[in-house]
Ligand binder design. Structure first.
Ligand code: SF4
Length: 322
């Protein structure tokens, strides 16, 4: 019999502002009657992709798939500068959904190139944000895990910058490592503050619960980092992609209070569904009967303006992702 009596959703969750605004720009364009596409999936989340398709927004892998005069939305991760040029040359209406934080990061990187530094980027080499950054600094050295770091050469003037969603501890560790690699070392800290706040709130929740459920893409670096932090707080964590992954009530054996958190590409609706599912499969009989109502209340207690799914007017804040 289930024992879960309470589920707490971490305070600031849901889409980060960069993802939210790119999605909103796409929806606004489609609502204005323009054939609208996103270059690549705006987030790897089935519910969101379905919702966008319903709104008339289609995801394409290449600009060649977009007809002259149609709109193409650049995702929050940004792209290489030549992608803008190609889209404009093809006569497309380019809607720039690059997150303002990423735009700033690209400018800072360009400055480092102009100042002739040997540049190291901390990031996942094939991540779209890093691919976009390399368009500004083709000679930059991209490193990720610690075993890569030995590849960093010794140079007189070096600079370090990071993909926005890398964990701050890793950035600091790499900065310390690079001190011995350069005579002059310039450090540009571009770890996104939203990511940091998400980690703080996850840790705060994890400290007070028996088990954490972390919701987000299997390969998402920021989601994996949240799972790792739960471990540091001494709380076991289940990492899942969505509510359908929760099938085994035994995962909640001896658990009374559960915490739920999500990555920056996870909509708050998914957290509500996961919360409801936890009550349904592992709640006490009383909680099972009220699963839907309790999930809405848990989200209501957590969702701050930063956790909302849309900035668009006339859109219900807690609209279903389906
Ligand atoms: S994680 Fe930060 S930098 Fe990346 S898209 Fe979201 S708000 Fe922008």
């Amino acid at each position: 019999m289930g024992m879960v009596e309470e589920v707490r959703i971490a305070r600031r969750t849901g889409f980060c502002y960069g993802v939210r605004e790119a999605i909103d720009k796409a929806k606004e364009s489609a609502a204005a009657g323009i054939a609208t596409h996103t270059l690549g999936q705006v987030v790897h989340n089935e519910g969101v992709i379905r919702q966008l398709e319903t709104a008339g927004v289609r995801s394409v892998d290449s600009l060649d798939e977009v007809k002259h005069g149609s709109a193409v939305v650049i995702r929050a991760h940004g792209v290489r500068p030549e992608v803008f040029e190609r889209a404009q040359n093809r006569g497309l209406d380019v809607i720039d959904g690059t997150c303002t934080w990423v735009i700033q990061e690209q400018r800072q990187l360009q400055d480092l190139v102009d100042e002739d530094y040997t540049i190291v980027i901390l990031g996942t080499p094939k991540h779209p944000e890093v691919v976009g950054l390399l368009g500004f600094a083709p000679d930059a050295i991209v490193v990720d895990e610690e075993e890569d770091w030995e590849r960093i050469p010794k140079r007189k003037r070096m600079a370090l910058i990071t993909q926005s969603t890398q964990p701050p501890w890793k950035f600091e560790k790499l900065a310390a490592f690079m001190v011995s690699r350069a005579h002059e070392l310039k450090i540009v800290n571009t770890v996104c503050p939203v990511t940091i706040r998400r980690q703080e709130d996850t840790l705060e929740t994890a400290r007070d619960v028996d088990l954490m459920v972390v919701v987000g893409g299997r390969h998402s670096a920021n989601t994996k980092e949240l799972t790792r932090l739960c471990g540091i707080a001494g709380t076991a964590a289940l990492q899942i992609e969505n509510a359908r992954d929760l099938v085994d009530p035994q995962a909640f054996d001896h658990v009374r209070v559960v915490g739920v958190t999500g990555g920056t590409s996870t909509p708050i609706e998914d957290l509500r569904e996961v919360t409801q599912r936890i009550f349904e499969i592992a709640g006490t009989p009383e909680m099972r009967a009220r699963a839907e109502e309790l999930a809405a209340a848990a989200l209501g207690a957590a969702a701050t303006p930063a956790g909302r799914t849309t900035s668009l007017p006339r859109q219900p804040v807690l609209a279903s992702a389906d």
